[in-house]
Ligand binder design. Structure first.
Ligand SMILES: Nc1ncnc2c1ncn2[C@@H]1O[C@H](COP(=O)(O)OP(=O)(O)OP(=O)(O)O)[C@@H](O)[C@H]1O
Length: 308
């Protein structure tokens, strides 16, 4: 669990982060969003003390981070940034092994961990472990960057726009992978993103920042249906709101008895996918695998933020 209490960072007259308090529960994902210069990166970097706070406190699992030497703190916390930051003259395996080596793990344990992570990120170890970063695609480099951040099994992972440079298809895959791996490992994750859709897909809670201040910290549904300020509403984008809401719920939650024509939808598909298919096929109802239907009428209600 991360407890951020009245955290402030000043650069001269500017408060880059201004009296921010929030808590991230263990195993949860907090997404930090806001316009450029709103203080997201500064807030993130105060958690692992890459930036020293001017005032306020961060506690991780009850321990005040100010009480720990920064280099030891950072070995416990995974950190992944846009553009991955891989060491160019080290192999994939050496890159991933960086923190375990600092922690003094033995060779066999490191090798096993590297292979385990490569498997997890769908990069076959025999093919990828000895490659140099320049022999990877951008998306593969990004995955190695995240694998490196996870190598020493940190309870806490900080990510700063990790998928910013990826194309939309790879990005969606990377988000799905991250969510799966995060759930599997039970990692607490704080992620900075410019992209509201990404924040909604990944975040258990979303923190909206403007000019160093925290405007709202709430689950995605609440941010969408009850934005705290006009700025938060603008950031969501009025046109996008129904689609964001639909993307939060899966078909299984909206099934009604009945039968309908056409190939069945997976119960895990999002309502957004279901709406898209209804529109594309011109159908008012779609069958769901395992029985029942999802109707256009029910989708419309869900898009308005009403319960099924
Ligand atoms: N080392 C520094 N010295 C002076 N000002 C700084 C420093 N680092 C950040 N700032 C300022 O603090 C403010 C917040 O910066 P920060 O990088 O946290 O914003 P951000 O929300 O992450 O922006 P972006 O989305 O563009 O990365 C900005 O106005 C920035 O210019």
């Amino acid at each position: 669990m991360i407890e951020i209490e009245h955290l402030t960072k000043r650069y001269g007259a500017l408060a880059a982060v201004d009296d921010v308090s929030l808590t991230v529960e263990r195993g949860q994902i907090a997404a930090l969003v806001g316009t450029s210069g709103s203080g997201k990166t500064t807030l993130l970097r105060m958690i692992n003390r890459l930036v020293e706070p001017t005032s306020g406190r961060v506690r991780i699992d009850g321990t005040d981070t100010a009480a720990l030497p920064p280099h030891l703190l950072r070995r416990r916390i995974g950190y992944a940034i846009q553009g991955h930051g891989l060491f160019p003259h080290r192999t994939v395996a050496q890159n991933i092994a960086t923190v375990p080596r600092l922690l003094g793990w033995d060779r066999a344990r490191i090798a096993a961990r590297v292979d385990e992570l490569l498997e997890l990120f769908q990069l076959p170890p025999a093919e990828f472990r000895d490659r140099m970063p320049h022999q990877l695609s951008g998306g593969q480099q990004q995955r190695v960057g995240v694998a490196r951040a996870l190598a020493a099994r940190p309870d806490l992972l900080l990510m700063d726009e990790p998928f910013g440079a990826l194309d939309p298809v790879i990005r969606a895959q990377a988000q799905t992978d991250l969510r799966r791996i995060q759930r599997e490992l039970g990692t607490t994750l704080v992620i900075v993103t410019h992209d509201m859709a990404e924040a909604i897909t990944l975040g258990d809670r979303i923190a909206v920042m403007e000019q160093g201040r925290l405007l709202q910290y709430a689950p995605p549904r609440e941010i969408l249906t009850a934005p705290a300020t006009p700025f938060v509403a603008r950031l969501i984008g009025r046109d996008e709101r129904p689609f964001h809401l639909l993307s939060l719920t899966c078909v299984a939650d909206l099934i009604q008895p009945g039968e309908a024509e056409g190939p069945p939808l997976a119960p895990g598909a999002s309502l957004r996918d279901a709406l898209s298919l209804c529109l594309w096929t011109g159908r008012a109802a779609l069958p769901v695998e395992g029985g029942g239907v999802v109707t256009l009428e029910a989708l419309r209600r869900a898009a308005e933020g009403r319960s099924p």
